[in-house]
Design a protein around this ligand. Structure first.
Ligand SMILES: Cc1cc2nc3c(=O)[nH]c(=O)nc-3n(C[C@H](O)[C@H](O)[C@H](O)COP(=O)(O)OP(=O)(O)OC[C@H]3O[C@@H](n4cnc5c(N)ncnc54)[C@H](O)[C@@H]3O)c2cc1C
Length: 331
């Protein structure tokens, strides 16, 4: 597709069991900002079965249009049927930008669509914007997160990108907003190679770390699993969840779902307490948007102190039990 024929900013509106993922709503907010510069409409692309009812929400969150493609073979996400329909829609409507959430689904679908269309894709972007010449620029951590790459796709269209959760804020929904809903009739076969029999959510105690408002995160500075249990107790006492930096996952102490950072989860809690974590770029990129950041570290020049509002230079083994005792005493 040539540059001149492409127009429109698309957001892939991922849903699961008829429930919209929150990340597309954040991406619609960013797409509206992009629209202010290039004046192209924001369209949400919704695929599934019996999902048309979600179009109103997408419009309330800012989409100008919603394209709905429904079919029994789109009921549960499956790579090839979704890929086929997404490619057909792009070929028909010719968007200039196509943004996907960097979720498991978005990370699976976007590269497949990109390959079929023969265009370009930036993975895991943390910002989107335009440079001085008006080129659409996608910013993404590169070389292990030690620098940020600004990537443009100058000629090919659509310019495709996956974007991490929680890097943009969704707008407040306005259910009085009006928008256009286009219902597309699609024909699509089931995936020839596999059948999704059922999708079962992993049942876990507590709230997922990306949804938690309060986090206590432990790092390599934590000496043993008994001490880690204290961090868990502290998290529970302040109504939060336990999280961690990567070494505790690599050591097998905690599940990867609790890892904050570039190769883990991006979090945006109201409060995060970092204990025994130095503050690598790969860790900080996943939590630097927390509202209030507190840090306990023995090393007064640990990088995390640069973004910390409440810092304590101390051995956690002394201060954490003291904090726990104090909270218990006050309760
Ligand atoms: C491609 C790539 C992706 C990565 N993705 C991630 C990611 O998603 N998340 C992530 O976390 N890392 C990630 N990493 C690893 C990252 O580079 C760091 O190695 C890691 O974040 C370090 O974790 P840490 O801060 O817990 O450990 P360290 O850097 O070893 O820091 C431990 C800290 O504990 C302090 N400490 C020690 N004893 C005590 C004590 N008694 N009391 C208080 N403080 C104490 C020390 O002063 C030190 O600052 C990635 C790396 C690469 C190359």
């Amino acid at each position: 597709m040539t540059k001149n024929e492409a127009n429109g900013i698309w957001v892939f509106a991922e849903q699961r069991n008829g429930v919209l993922d929150k990340t597309p709503l954040e991406l619609i907010a960013k797409a509206l900002e992009l629209k202010e510069t290039i004046g192209e409409e924001v369209t949400a692309v919704l695929m599934g079965q019996d999902v048309a009812g979600l179009a109103d929400s997408l419009i309330a969150y800012g989409a100008d249009k919603v394209i709905v493609a429904e079919h029994a073979n789109l009921k549960v996400y499956s790579a090839r049927p979704y890929q086929k329909v997404a490619v057909e829609l792009v070929n028909k409507y010719k968007p200039s930008i196509f943004i996907f959430p960097a979720t498991a689904q978005g990370r699976d679908l976007a590269p497949r669509v990109m390959c079929t269309l023969g265009t370009g894709l930036t993975a895991d972007a943390v910002d989107l914007g335009f440079d001085d010449e008006g080129a659409f620029v996608q910013t993404t951590p590169a070389f292990g997160g030690s620098l940020l790459a600004h990537i443009a796709i100058p000629e090919l269209r659509p310019q495709m990108v996956t974007v991490r959760a929680h890097v943009f804020d969704a707008r407040e929904p306005d259910f009085s907003r009006k928008g256009e809903v286009i219902v597309e009739t699609v024909e699509v076969d089931a995936d020839p190679d596999y059948e999704v029999l059922s999708v079962e959510p992993i049942v876990k105690n507590g709230v997922a770390i990306h949804e938690a408002e309060v986090l206590v995160a432990g790092g390599r500075g934590i000496k043993n699993e008994e001490d880690l249990a204290q961090l868990r107790e502290l998290a529970s006492l302040i109504g939060g969840e336990l999280a961690c930096s990567r070494p505790l996952v690599d050591d097998g102490w905690l599940d990867h779902s609790l890892q904050i950072g570039q190769s883990g989860t991006t979090v945006k809690p109201k409060f995060i307490l970092n204990i025994g974590i130095s503050g690598s770029v790969q860790y900080m990129v996943g939590m630097q948007k927390a509202q209030t950041i507190a840090t306990i570290n023995t090393y007064d020049r640990a990088e995390l102190f640069d973004i910390t509002q409440y810092g304590v230079v101390a051995d956690y083994a002394k201060i954490v039990p003291a904090i726990i005792d104090e909270i218990k005493a006050r309760k």
